[in-house]
Design a protein around this ligand. Structure first.
Ligand code: HEM
Length: 405
């Protein structure tokens, strides 16, 4: 039997799109090793669509080959995601049970009601930026892209302002726990204790937020969600609702500042801000790779034979650059031709719950930023920006800009 040559996915790669081009050229499903675990990478748009809806692929971890599972390095991004007991890792009836309590909070109509809140939070951050020296470089990721989604999701979930900072430090530590394995269990324990306190506070004084809704639901029908599931859900919303949107805002600002012609189109009103959001989602997707789907039985997908128990990695950023779907110019950021569709929010039953919220936040953020600072420009060349080094995310660690003329 021929030995498969596996591509190594290196989260620290400085040109992730070049790596994705290589993977896409190698086949529709490519054998890879990611954080020490073997999987098939679904890199092309059409194949990824198939993978996201295929009846023989599941998110349920019990179908995963035990030998591969035993290679899971504890504390890595993959470990954290595939062992989570939230909706992410359920399918069918179980998935609906875990996701249904949240769908009402995230419909486009409900999310639009948050517009004044998001605009006010954005306005406060812009006011803070305006107090900084206009000619000195400022990191827009840290000062703007990061706090906005954090504060929005905190409001929605019902995290009281007094606990937000610590909650964010802890979820950040959990999200990046591979850098500090020794502290992993301690951090998780503290996060749990803090969540328990917040839930108790909401139980005593209910608000108009997701925690209050979930508590009510638990009390009304005898615990449709167990306590552990309630924790996992809040945790998931917090993490999924934060860094992804930070990446989206950072990537959009970077694309526009490094492509001044495109920014002019936006400023002149010839292209709407929503086009900048959609084109960024396609061209520089906030999520790079997402683990895993497992083959329930032997299955053939786009000519590649998968054995029962094998894992498939979804390559969201790669699918957005696929020339078979987006043409020979797929590598160009072009606001005059935003995509009619893309897979940056996934597809099928696990389609991103927070997509309407992320879109609204990014649109409000970009409009406010480019209106408040007409002379904003990049503080250095794009080549000097360093990539974040997580398997999941696709963005730069900083976004240095100069705000004034
Ligand atoms: C699922 C991307 C923002 C909550 C997903 C998936 C993707 C994604 C690709 C599907 C994963 C898969 O099928 O393997 C993004 C991007 C975002 C974003 C690019 C921002 C730009 C948000 C926000 C929230 C959120 C703001 C919540 C407040 C979720 C949840 C799921 C999910 C709960 C799991 C859905 C399920 O398993 O049924 N997201 N997301 N996301 N996202 Fe997002």
């Amino acid at each position: 039997m021929t030995e498969l040559v596996r591509f190594i996915i290196d989260p620290a790669a400085q040109d992730p799109h070049a790596d994705d081009d290589r993977l896409r050229a190698a086949g529709p499903l490519v054998p890879v090793t990611a954080e020490g675990v073997d999987a098939w990478a679904a890199t092309r748009y059409a194949t990824l669509m198939t993978v996201l809806t295929h009846p023989d692929l599941t998110r349920e971890i019990q179908y995963w080959d035990p030998l591969e599972r035993s290679k899971l390095p504890p504390g890595t991004a993959i470990d954290r995601i595939v062992t989570d007991i939230s909706m992410l890792n359920a399918d069918g009836e179980e998935h609906r049970r875990l996701r249904a309590p949240l769908t009402a909070a995230f419909t486009p109509r409900r999310v639009q009601r948050l517009r004044p809140t998001i605009e006010a939070l954005t306005g406060a951050l812009i006011d803070d930026l305006a107090t900084l020296p206009a000619h000195e470089p400022v990191d827009l990721r840290a000062r703007f892209a990061y706090p906005l989604p954090r504060d929005v999701i905190s409001e929605m979930i019902g995290i009281p302002p007094a606990h937000r900072e610590r909650m964010h430090e802890l979820t950040d530590a959990v999200a990046h726990v591979s850098a500090d394995l020794a502290d992993g269990p301690r951090v998780r324990e503290e996060l749990r204790a803090l969540l328990r306190r917040i839930i108790e506070e909401r139980r005593r004084s209910p608000g108009e937020d997701i925690i209050t809704d979930l508590i009510r639901l638990r009390e009304q029908d005898g615990g449709r969600l167990s306590e552990d599931e309630l924790f996992a859900t809040i945790d998931l919303l917090f993490i999924a609702g934060h860094v992804t949107t930070v990446n989206l805002i950072t990537n959009a600002v970077g694309a526009l500042l490094h492509e001044p012609g495109q920014l002019t189109l936006l400023r002149s009103g010839r292209c709407p801000f929503s086009a900048a959001v959609e084109e960024t989602l396609r061209w520089d997707s906030p999520v790079a790779y997402f683990p895993f789907r497992y083959a329930k039985r032997d299955v053939e997908i786009d000519g590649v034979h998968l054995r029962a128990g094998e894992a498939v990695l979804a390559c969201f950023a790669s699918s957005g650059r696929d020339p078979e779907r987006f043409g020979a110019d797929a590598d160009r950021f072009d606001l005059t031709d935003p995509p009619a569709s893309h897979l940056a929010f996934g597809h099928g039953p696990h389609f991103c719950l927070g997509a309407p919220l992320a879109r609204l936040e990014a649109e409000i953020a970009l409009r406010a930023l480019f209106t408040a600072f007409p002379a904003i420009r990049a503080a250095g060349p794009r080549e000097e920006l360093r990539q974040i080094d997580t398997l999941l995310g696709n963005s730069t660690r900083t976004m240095p800009v100069v705000l004034g003329p």
